[in-house]
Ligand binder design. Structure first.
Ligand SMILES: C[S@@+](CC[C@H](N)C(=O)[O-])C[C@H]1O[C@@H](n2cnc3c(N)ncnc32)[C@H](O)[C@@H]1O
Length: 273
């Protein structure tokens, strides 16, 4: 099974993203990674989830990080500003890359965050290039996950680590579609928690930390669903660039997780020295 990259791009395509994000956030001074955070972290849990991933990744000042599937660049800017790192983000969706570049300039971070348009399955980087890598809610679009992990391993320096936070297949059947990453099962590729472990190991990565976070996040998911159902979308969120369809997407993720149709995981894997 191969990913239809064109269909993935079509799902995410949007226009005039940076202008809409900046207008929504408003404020007097220049935007910062923190003021943009309610909108530009495009994954469940938003900035809180990125902070949790950062605790796992534990980057050091001056290191070179790689963000696989960087979206409109919120996590990349936040990592660069918080840890004084250089972050390279790669993303398949041209509209997101252009938005990320514009927001890098608006936040004064263009010299610390580089955006490359391309596929994480075919990284345009040399071997052993990055100290650390991370990816949030991207592998659900990837059919060939061993290849995704092999590419991440190849570009990591020996001793470098990859942190992952994403959704996985649950034990109770397919999720309800549409979801934020896919309109239907055509572009959604979900491994189980156990398969994820095997895929990482088969790509030559060593598991350092592996946590099924489903139970831990269930309350938050349920509360988010009830709020979305009763009050609708909040003033700020990724719907600023995705549109009102995000409400249905998020409700479906929550319902699916509550019914055991989706699991969530956090992983830290090492490229052995
Ligand atoms: C749900 S968004 C998450 C964006 C970002 N990681 C974040 O947390 O804000 C998923 C992203 O994965 C990207 N993506 C999907 N397949 C990809 C691939 N093969 N290579 C690079 N990016 C990909 C999409 O373009 C989209 O920006």
């Amino acid at each position: 099974m191969t990913t239809n990259l064109g269909s993935v791009q079509a799902h995410y395509a949007s226009s005039d993203i940076a202008r809409r994000v900046l207008a929504a956030v408003g404020g007097a001074g220049a935007p910062t990674p923190d003021t943009l955070a309610p909108v530009d972290h495009f994954h469940g849990g938003g900035l809180a989830s990125t902070r949790e991933l950062a605790n796992l990744l534990a980057p050091h000042r001056g290191e070179r990080l790689l963000d696989l599937g960087s979206g409109i660049g919120g996590p990349a800017r936040w990592f660069a500003a918080t840890f004084d790192c250089h972050v390279t983000g790669i993303d398949l969706t041209a509209d997101y890359c252009r938005a990320a570049e514009a927001l890098n300039v608006a936040t004064g971070l263009a010299d610390k965050v580089r955006i490359v348009e391309g596929s994480a399955l075919d990284l345009p980087f040399g071997d052993e290039n990055f100290d650390r890598a991370y990816s949030q809610n991207v592998v659900m679009n990837i059919a060939d996950k061993p290849r995704f992990y092999r590419e991440a391993r190849r570009v990591l320096k020996p001793g470098g680590v990859l942190a992952l936070s994403n959704l996985a297949a649950g034990p109770a059947g397919a999720p309800y579609y549409p979801v934020p990453w896919a309109a239907s099962s055509d572009t959604s590729f979900l491994s189980t928690v156990a398969q994820t472990r095997e895929e990482l190991q088969s790509a030559g990565l060593q598991i350092v930390h592996f946590e099924d976070t489903t139970a831990k996040t269930l309350q938050m998911r349920r509360a988010a669903r009830l709020k979305l159902e009763s009050e609708g979308l909040p003033p700020l969120g990724p719907h600023v660039f995705i549109g009102g369809r995000l409400r249905e997407y998020q409700i479906n993720v929550s319902r699916s997780q509550e019914e055991g149709r989706l699991s969530s995981i956090e992983v830290l894997a090492l490229r052995p020295a």
